[in-house]
Every structure is written in C-alpha cells, then in structure tokens.
Design a protein around this ligand. Structure first.
Ligand code: SF4
Length: 348
C-alpha cells in the first residue's frame, strides 16, 4: 500500500510503482510525465545540458531543490530574472567590494581566447599562493579538480591564517534579514565549503593533473597566450608562452608550496543593507559523509535517477521559488498528501 514513508524516505519512481493502488494510477502517470519533462530517456542531464564539468555552486543549488535547479536549465529566462533580484546583485557587489579591499591595484589585461581567460585565473592563483604562504589574507581563490569522478570548479571566497596559525577557509554569505540563518538554510553553505576544502587539499597535495583541466574545459595546451597576457606574465616575472607552460608552472608552484590542507571551515554572515557582520559559524568536516552526499547528487547528473523536489517538511522553500505556480512536483506533492490524508480518514 502507499504510505508517506514510500514517498518521503525513498522518493523514487520505482518505489512508487511497487506501492501503487489502482486509484492512484493517474497521479503516478503525471509523476512520470513530470520526470520525463526534466529528463530525456537515454540521455543523462550531463549530456542533455551539454556539460563536461560542474561548478560547486551548482551542487549547492541542487541541495536546495533538484527540481528548481533542473527548471533553471529548461526555463532559463525565469532563472535569469531571479539572478537579477536585488538580493543577488547586492550580494555580488559586496563580494566585489571585499575583493577590491585586498586587491586595490586592478590591471586590465585583454583576453582574446578561452585559454587566455582561463590563464588569467591561473595567473591570479600564482600571485595568491606566495601571499598565502607569507600569511596574508587572499580572496576569490579559484579551485578545481576531480571529486567522485566529476570535474568541479569553484572560487573560494577567503583564505587566511588564524592567530594560532591554522589555515582557514571562509565563505561570505549576505542576508537581507539581520539574523543568522536556521540550519536547513545552511545545508548548501556547509556543502559548499566542504567541497572547496576537498578541491583545495587535492590541489596542494598534487592530485590535480594537467589533463584534468585541459580535457574537461576543452582547452588547447599549445594555444599561444595573447600578446597582452604575455606582457602581463613577464611583468610578474613568469616565463610562459603557451597555456600548457602556464598551467604546468602553477601545478608545480601549488605542490611545492608550504601550503597544507585547510584546517578550519567557516561561514560568515553579513547584513546586506548595513553591511555589518551578523555572525560566523564553524563547519564540521566529515569527509566520508560529504563524499556520500556528492555521489548522491552526481547520480542525478549521470542519469541514474530522476530529480527530486522538496518534500512537505520543507514546503516553505516553494513559497520563495519562482517556479511555484508551475511546478509539477509541488502540485503532485499536494495531491499525494491529499490522497494519503483521505485514505487515513477512511481507514480510521
Ligand atoms: Fe522545488 Fe518547490 Fe520550487 Fe518546485 S516549487 S521547484 S519543489 S522549491
């Protein structure tokens, strides 16, 4: 028989289909159709959305609601409007202002090719590694590497040494409310800093290989860097003509640096309108648990399961979702609840 447990705990079409009662068949058909709209048979989301790698923030969005994230791909205009909301743009401006505090001398360098654009990130890293070794605070540090068989990219907000010499990775989150968020809202934030740590640690341990970046970003290792970029690298004392030379140099610098694994993960919450710090939270790092979570999220990307929306315990998320009116998952969830309640009443 159909029970809340079947939906809440297992949340899979297979589970639903074995629990079906005849009068629930139309509802289940709609669930299947919804899944079909967000996933194409014989095509994983990686293939369907033409992806070779993922960003850390993508997985964080997924941890909020997979259906919402998937809608972002099939209904990009709605997502674009969401990204233009005042809270999002104000948050981005605060991040930029903080970055400029530690990088006051902005240099304009023309990037002509994709390799040039990636090279700019590598050059920025090459400048930040010695600063970090010298105990300085750095911001917007790019991280990349392979986690559970998938290539990920991300940008760490802040890295610094604490008074006791620990290497701290901190992520700034801005909030419209002047209070710390409740735990369900911080799940994605903890996932984000945990993944950044995994990527950063593997970079300084030498686990990231040249081909990981070249293959996953489809970059030409022999691409000669633009003339503006070459002039810039020379002013920094770097000798690199091709993208491969610059990348190899960075990988050696990372591995031979005195940087070790991240010691502490921290979330910093700041009030958007006043810019004042609301508070900080330490994040515990449980590697095995984190890797299990990542594998679970990747199962969707690899087409091993359909996307899952939020269940009734977290229905408050739907009230702030731009897809609330059109979301099939939300509609089906209400129907499922109604049916379960009706059945419970009848059985009483
Ligand atoms: Fe997810 Fe709810 Fe938005 Fe649907 S309405 S996409 S279930 S958050």
């Amino acid at each position: 028989s159909l029970s809340a447990y079947a939906f809440d705990q297992q949340q899979s079409i297979v589970c639903v289909s074995v629990c079906v009662r005849p009068n629930l068949a139309p509802l289940l058909e709609r669930v299947k159709n919804r899944s079909a709209a967000l996933s194409v048979p014989n095509q994983s989301p990686m293939e369907r959305f033409l992806k070779r790698h993922l960003s850390v923030t993508q997985l964080c969005e997924q941890s909020w609601c997979e259906i919402k994230m998937a809608y972002g791909f099939v209904k990009p205009k709605v997502r674009m409007l969401e990204m233009q909301k005042t809270e999002v743009t104000t948050g981005a401006s605060i991040h930029l202002a903080r970055e400029l505090e530690v990088k006051p001398d902005v240099v304009t360098v023309a990037a002509v090719t994709r390799e040039d654009r990636e090279a700019l990130k590598l050059i920025s890293m090459l400048q930040m590694v010695p600063a970090l070794e010298a105990g300085q605070l750095v911001r917007e540090f790019p991280v990349f590497g392979v986690l559970e068989g998938m290539f990920f990219m991300g940008v760490v907000d802040k890295l610094y040494r604490s008074d006791s010499g620990e290497l701290v990775l901190s992520e700034l989150k801005t909030r419209s409310h002047n209070s710390l968020p409740r735990p369900p809202r911080t799940r994605g934030h903890s996932l984000q800093v945990g993944m950044y740590k995994l990527l950063f640690d593997s970079m300084v341990k030498g686990s990231v290989k040249r081909d990981h970046l070249l293959h996953n970003l489809q970059l030409d290792p022999n691409q000669v860097l633009g003339s503006d970029l070459q002039t810039h690298t020379r002013t920094l004392g770097l000798q690199a003509v091709t993208f491969r030379e610059l990348l190899d140099h960075l990988l050696v610098v990372l591995t031979c640096s005195n940087l070790c694994a991240i010691d502490k993960l921290r979330l910093e919450y700041s009030h958007q309108s006043s810019g004042k710090l609301i508070g900080t939270r330490e994040v515990a790092f449980e590697e095995a648990q984190l890797r299990t979570k990542i594998r679970g999220y990747l199962a969707y990307w690899r087409g091993e399961r359909v996307p899952q929306g939020v269940e009734v315990e977290e229905a408050w998320k739907c009230r702030m979702c731009p897809y609330e009116e059109t979301c099939d998952w939300r509609r089906d969830r209400s129907h499922r609840l109604m049916m379960v309640n009706k059945r419970a009443k009848l059985e009483c």
